[in-house]
Design a protein around this ligand. Structure first.
Ligand code: 6PG
Length: 252
């Protein structure tokens, strides 16, 4: 069956049958994005997310079938957000990618630009911003080649939550996020950095996301309350890979 595609000027939605089909498609996008960037810039700077959805993608990319398709020495991993926990904590977004992917590939240590959440939200955000500025250089547009994002049932993406002050940030690249529950603080890239990527890739699965997706991908005015709906590619493009369950309320 052909994948249904809805295409707008600089973004599109692809509906895949399930998590496996979606992860395979994401893996192929990752491989071709890495090849294009490495051919053009001799580097591929990708910012990835935590959550459960991308785990299968990370496993695929770390598997024998995929790991030889990417020239890892030129790949630089950054994170869209991180929890303020040690890097080996189960909740760590670094660990979510390290176990199935980073530990399986020939990636130089200097290519891992993790957010040091264990140092606390303020310091971790400041240091991470410094790392991003050093990597891209002050004169160059600080654009990631690819950013992989998810969406929460409340419409959050990375660690940008609805009604949060962090949505107003326009100067900083990475900011601390204080959540009410003790020990749950985070660090996140800001909306402007996310929107500045060459390629923005959302991965969304499951019926529990159907309602919020119909709001985010529906009428323009409705998007406003949902951080994921505020991401708008400035000069690149955006692809939403959605499984059939999550797409259940689209276009209705
Ligand atoms: C995180 C994320 C977060 C995530 C969404 C979707 O660290 O949790 O970066 O923004 O992408 O909450 O999570 P699921 O993939 O688990 O639905």
């Amino acid at each position: 069956m052909e994948t249904p595609v809805i295409e707008k000027s600089n973004w599109k939605i692809e509906v895949l049958s399930d998590l496996e089909a979606l992860s395979l498609r994401a893996a192929s996008i990752f491989v071709s994005a890495s090849r294009n960037s490495i051919a053009k810039r001799k580097r591929f700077a990708v910012a990835i997310s935590g959550g459960s959805t991308p785990r299968r993608l990370y496993t695929l990319l770390g598997s024998e079938a995929y790991r030889n398709q990417v020239d890892w020495q030129y790949v630089h991993f950054f994170w869209a957000d991180e929890r303020c926990v040690p890097k080996d904590d189960e909740a760590s977004n670094f660990r979510t990618a390290f176990d199935p992917l980073l530990s399986k590939i020939a990636l130089p240590d200097k290519n891992i630009h993790r957010i040091r959440g264990e140092e606390g939200p303020d310091k971790a955000a400041r240091d991470y911003e410094g790392e991003i500025r050093r990597f891209f250089g002050e004169s160059e547009r600080r654009g990631f080649d690819l950013i992989i994002l998810g969406v929460g049932e409340d419409g959050h993406t990375a660690s940008l939550f609805p009604s949060s002050k962090s949505l107003e940030e326009t100067v900083r690249l990475a900011i601390p996020v204080y959540l009410e529950e003790p020990g749950k603080n985070r660090v996140t890239l800001t909306l402007s950095v996310l929107s500045n990527a060459d390629q923005i890739l959302f991965l969304v699965v499951g019926a529990s996301k159907a309602a919020v997706l119909s709001e985010i991908l529906g009428e323009k005015e409705k998007k406003k309350g949902f951080p994921a709906g505020l991401i708008c590619p400035v000069h690149g493009n955006m692809t939403w890979l959605i499984d059939q369950e999550a797409a259940g309320k689209l276009g209705g």
